[in-house]
Write a protein that binds this ligand. Structure first.
Ligand SMILES: Nc1ncnc2c1ncn2[C@@H]1O[C@H](COP(=O)(O)OP(=O)(O)OP(=O)(O)O)[C@@H](O)[C@H]1O
Ligand SMILES: [Mg+2]
Length: 279
């Protein structure tokens, strides 16, 4: 791969659970896929050491853990963080084989949340990790909220924990099993929606989330990225497969991305009088 340029100071990449597991199973992983995406993360890291963070989707680990939560027992929420820590260890080993020093972060030990969608600052330690050229490795977790109660925070939202890092331009890329948010064209073909902002109603495009999916599928990603776009991150939903073919574009200016590298950008539009309460 030829050296990439870096148009983002910090690249936060989520590898969707759908890319390496079947969320309906209990902790089954696709070894080959893990290897492939670890190699992708390694190549991104090598292009810009200290400028990349990896988030792993929960897949068959996280979804299964959330499905098993006993609502009457607050402590049972902790199982999500524990199981996801096992998943981070799996990634850590894969990345180690690629020669990359990743640092699995137990999100719940480094930050708390206002609620499951908004975080307190956790910048200091992560800044140090990046400075030391580690690849921070994060997943969803059960975090303490302002009322001192545990809340499940899904991996689509995790990037919000990094909003106070010392970087001018932060890009968040969510990789999943489809080429962005799709809609049916007049000819009946699916096409990628290029931009979505807070004034669009995603319900018009989204199909029903299957029972057993605990992340809200595409709707969860759009809602989570609107939050991050609001604080200034540049946010995209892309297909993992396409990133394997085109990793260099993840660092380059969005305006330079070729037509065949499909993406949905989630945008927060400022200075608009419409009501945006709730974000
Ligand atoms: N309009 C839409 N366009 C694209 N995908 C959509 C749309 N509506 C719903 N989806 C669903 O969203 C899914 C992607 O989200 P999903 O949560 O399944 O993936 P993930 O987060 O990568 O993996 P996981 O949740 O297993 O960890 C797609 O596979 C698709 O089924
Ligand atoms: Mg999901």
């Amino acid at each position: 791969m030829r050296p990439m340029v870096t148009s983002a100071d910090l690249l936060i990449v989520k590898v969707g659970g759908s890319l390496f597991s079947d969320k309906m199973t209990d902790r089954q992983l696709d070894e080959q896929a893990l290897q492939t995406y670890a190699q992708l993360m390694a190549s991104l890291y090598r292009n810009a050491p200290g400028h990349v963070i990896m988030i792993s989707g929960g897949g068959s680990y996280g979804h299964h853990a959330v499905r098993c939560i006993d609502e009457s027992d607050e402590l049972s929420l902790l199982s999500l963080g524990m199981i996801n820590f096992e998943l981070k260890c799996v990634w850590h080993e894969q990345l180690k084989r690629c020669g990359i020093k990743s640092y699995p972060l137990h999100l719940a030990s480094m930050t708390s949340c206002v609620n499951r969608e908004n975080f307190d600052s956790s910048a200091k330690f992560v800044n140090k990790l990046l400075y030391a050229k580690y690849l921070p490795l994060v997943t969803g977790d059960a975090l303490l909220n302002e009322q001192g109660v545990l809340e499940v925070v899904g991996s689509d939202y995790v990037a919000g924990a990094f909003k106070d890092l010392e970087f001018n331009k932060i890009r968040i890329v969510i990789m999943t099993d489809v080429p962005g948010v799709l809609q049916k064209s007049a000819t009946g073909q699916f096409e990628t929606i290029k931009e979505i902002d807070q004034f669009n109603d995603p319900a018009q495009w989204l199909w029903e989330t299957p029972e057993g999916d605990t992340s809200g599928a595409m709707q969860g990603k759009i809602a989570a990225l609107l939050k991050q776009a609001k604080w200034g991150a540049e946010c995209f939903i892309v297909e993992g497969q396409a990133c394997l073919k085109n990793p260099r574009w993840l660092f380059e200016e969005h305006s330079d991305w070729p037509e065949e590298f499909k993406s949905t950008q989630i945008i927060w539009r400022e200075n608009n009088a419409k009501d945006t309460e709730g974000y």
